[in-house]
Write a protein that binds this ligand. Structure first.
Ligand code: GLN
Length: 380
């Protein structure tokens, strides 16, 4: 393997899902729903295939989808963007992140991450040869340490890459935190790469796109996807919204990474994004019920549970059960209890910082969530 990827192992999500199958454990690890996406979206994909929409799409997106993304973004954030010049369709948000980083970051540029961070951020920055500066968000509330951000950001900083709602913690950045990030970025001429794939799963506060704060659109790439919002994580349709000077760089990378994305799925995604408001209201309501079941269950089992305001994840402190670290705890949980969770130490530059924390997902049907809690109550 090339040096730029030497330190990375099989992703934790793949490792844990394979162990779940091997041990017949209930998988509350990798974040994918065990229920299907909506019929009207699946029908739209089948229709597009039957209609012969099966050759390469335009590189930066099927026009109808670029328009649907711009309309959705206007409704959600209030920002009007040019669907032709400011929207790029990618193969999932993971590709949007890769295209953004590879298209806009030079070797040795400094990029700031907030730990715990989603695993692809570090690997992608490593592929680009960037220098990572990491700021740790600490429990119980994973608040942004503002003084540390002030002392870390400098004229050498090229970008901040983060997500809100935040995977793995379920934290949502507050308006005050986003304002601080924005003013420091403007002062130091820093870009923001904002991964917002869980924006429709924001429960306890309204989601804010940092691009919508004054002076931020021109320095922000906003990324999102179909997968979480429509329970279709396997479709791998994502997008990046950015002003033309940033879109140019990320489109160049996208052109040579994947060139274009699945044509029929793009047509279906355009239909999905035009779903009535009731779809999004019900999605949120369903997930709030699931969150309540898992959170109450985990508390009853005896975990210290940290509040999750968004995403479909919740992070707990496993130390009441006496295992030495997160990896040992997750191994015990799979083998002796029959439940899979994600150890969080892989989401830190310094794994020690995550050793007390594990992540559970609640994107499963109620029966599965209750069965997992039942197993833990009985055997932990
Ligand atoms: N985003 C999903 C999660 O956090 C995992 C996706 C993947 O397996 N790479 O669980």
């Amino acid at each position: 393997v090339a040096k730029r990827l030497e330190k990375f192992k099989t992703t934790i999500f793949t490792q844990m899902s394979m162990l779940a199958i091997k041990h017949g454990a209930i998988n509350l690890g990798q974040g994918f729903p065990n229920f299907d996406g909506p019929e009207f979206v699946k029908e739209a994909a089948i229709q597009a295939i039957r209609d012969g929409k099966n050759q390469y799409a335009r590189g930066y997106g099927v026009p109808d989808l670029n328009f649907a993304i711009a309309d959705r973004f206007k409704k959600d954030s209030g920002l009007s963007v040019d669907p032709e010049k400011e929207v790029t369709v990618t193969s999932g948000c993971t590709e949007a992140i890769a295209a953004t980083v590879l298209g806009l970051i030079n070797p040795d540029d400094e990029v700031i991450l907030f730990a715990p961070f989603y695993d692809s951020y570090e690997a992608t920055l490593s592929m680009a040869g960037a220098k990572i500066k990491c700021i740790t968000l600490k429990p119980p509330d994973f608040a942004l340490p503002i003084d540390e951000l002030k002392s870390t950001i400098s004229k050498n900083t090229r970008a901040i890459l983060f997500n809100t709602p935040h995977n793995p913690t379920g934290k949502m950045f507050t308006r005050e935190e986003l304002n601080v990030i924005a003013s420091l970025c403007i002062e130091n001429d820093v870009l923001v790469f904002s991964d917002e794939v869980y924006d429709k799963l924001s429960f306890d506060m309204d989601h804010i796109s940092i691009a919508s704060l004054p002076g931020m659109f021109e320095r922000t790439v906003t990324m999102n996807s179909l997968g979480k919002t429509f329970s279709l994580t396997g479709w791998k349709i994502g997008w990046a919204i950015a002003p033309p000077h940033l879109t140019w760089g990320l489109r160049q990378a996208h052109s040579f990474l994947t060139f274009a994305t699945s044509t029929p799925m793009q047509w279906a995604t355009a239909v999905a994004l035009r779903a009535p408001d009731s779809y999004f209201v019900e999605l949120k309501r369903d997930y709030m019920e699931k969150r309540a079941i898992l959170v109450e269950g985990l508390k009853a089992v005896g975990f210290k549970v940290f509040p999750s305001s968004g995403t479909y994840f919740v992070v707990v402190d496993h130390t009441p059960f006496g295992l030495e670290n997160d990896v040992a705890f997750c191994e015990y949980l799979i083998k002796e209890v029959g439940v899979v969770a994600i150890p969080t130490s892989v989401f830190y530059l310094n794994p020690e910082e995550g050793k007390n924390l594990v992540r559970f997902t609640f994107c499963k049907d109620e029966g599965t969530l209750r069965a997992a809690v039942g197993r833990m109550k009985e055997k932990l």
